[in-house]
Ligand binder design. Structure first.
Ligand SMILES: [Fe+2]
Length: 363
């Protein structure tokens, strides 16, 4: 009977370990790792320290109790029980931190937590020192050999899962950096819109979040926000830079930028899902927009989001030929165009956002 229970536990453990690799989102990976360790070793808190490649510091990851946000901070490498375990490459148990000379209280202060006992276990990756997992406050009794054995068993999986997520994060940041530069280079053609790309990115992401989008869809909203006007690269400078009202013919040329965007982005693999949000960002809720005259829900949600954010930023920023509009006027414009140019529900969400109110206050 006992063996059966043990076997079941092992099966669960394997499932939990495979869960470390189910996602590449660093926050989720760390959440799964800390959940498993908390549950298996019955501790109050788990922190994970990873040595930074280029610096002699630890990157420190922790979830504060009751908070969903992941805290990241840098702490000096040699300090504390964790630093001691890292240097020696051996697990360290501290039964009572008050009596231990290695205890380093800075992290406690930073996260507002009271540490009593610690098990610090060094992590390795490909035979090299990688970091440390720190288990804090054994709920009942003291840390035992069995706890150390569980850490020994789990630690290679923890290092590998964490490293995968970190590499993925780095790749994603590089990708975002490249497309931001690309978008900024296009923006430079149009001297009236400096900083527009970053603002549309940030607000599109926030409005998408407020509208209930999560995970990959939020990522799509962010990328679409960055790239929404890249097709302007195909619009002649003399039209983009024209301070006066455009002629009908010139406006027809400007309208083509959404088609150019689509043509530029289509050959890039992996961002197909981003294109609709960009291609349709000049559609109007009442069907009088371009390029297809789609209306209401026929317009993809992310395109409806970008349409609002794009218009907001245009009104809320200075142009050489006019100042930013006053806050009252911007709000009035949105309320007037609810259900005409813009999705009415999204307008309400947008105007209720703290970040938007903050910008409006400065105008
Ligand atoms: Fe546009």
């Amino acid at each position: 009977m006992k063996r059966k229970i043990k076997k079941l536990n092992e099966e669960n453990l394997i499932r939990e370990i495979s869960d470390f690799f189910i996602t590449l989102d660093i926050k989720k990976v760390l959440q799964k790792i800390t959940d498993t360790l908390e549950k298996r070793l019955k501790v109050e808190r788990v922190s994970i320290f990873k040595k930074k490649e280029d610096k002699n510091v630890f990157e420190f990851f922790v979830f504060s109790k009751g908070e969903k946000e992941l805290k990241r901070m840098e702490i000096p490498l040699g300090k504390g029980v964790v630093g001691y375990a890292y240097k020696r490459g051996l697990p360290v148990i501290v039964k009572d931190v008050k009596k231990d000379k290695h205890f380093y209280s800075l992290v406690d202060q930073a996260v507002g937590f009271k540490t009593r006992s610690i098990l610090a276990f060094p992590l390795k990756l490909k035979g090299r020192k990688y970091g440390v997992i720190e288990l804090i406050n054994k709920k009942r009794g003291i840390f035992t050999r069995r706890d150390v054995e569980i850490c020994r068993f789990l630690s290679p999986f923890i290092s590998l899962a964490l490293e995968n997520a970190i590499l993925f994060e780095r790749l994603e940041n590089m990708f975002l950096g490249i497309i931001r530069s690309f978008a900024r280079a296009v923006e430079a053609k149009d001297p009236y819109t400096s900083g527009h790309v970053e603002r549309v990115e940030a607000l599109s992401y926030l409005l998408a979040r407020k509208s209930g989008l999560r995970g990959e869809n939020l990522r799509i909203a962010r990328i679409a926000g960055i790239l929404h006007d890249v097709g302007k690269i195909g619009v002649p400078d003399r039209i983009l830079r024209k301070p006066d009202k455009l002629t009908k013919k010139e406006f027809e040329i400007v309208k083509r930028h959404v088609i150019y965007s689509k043509e530029i982005l289509e050959p890039i693999g992996g961002i197909e899902d981003v294109i609709p949000g960009i291609y349709y960002h000049h559609e109007r809720y009442d069907g009088k927009g371009y390029p297809e005259g789609r209306k209401e829900q026929e317009i993809p949600l992310i395109a409806r989001i970008i349409s609002i954010v794009d218009a907001f930023d245009a009104m809320a920023s200075d142009r050489p030929y006019r100042k930013a509009l006053p806050a009252k006027k911007i709000v009035r414009e949105f309320l007037k165009n609810k259900g005409k140019q813009f999705d009415p529900e999204l307008v309400d969400i947008f105007l209720s956002m703290e970040e938007v109110k903050k910008i409006l206050k400065t105008l």
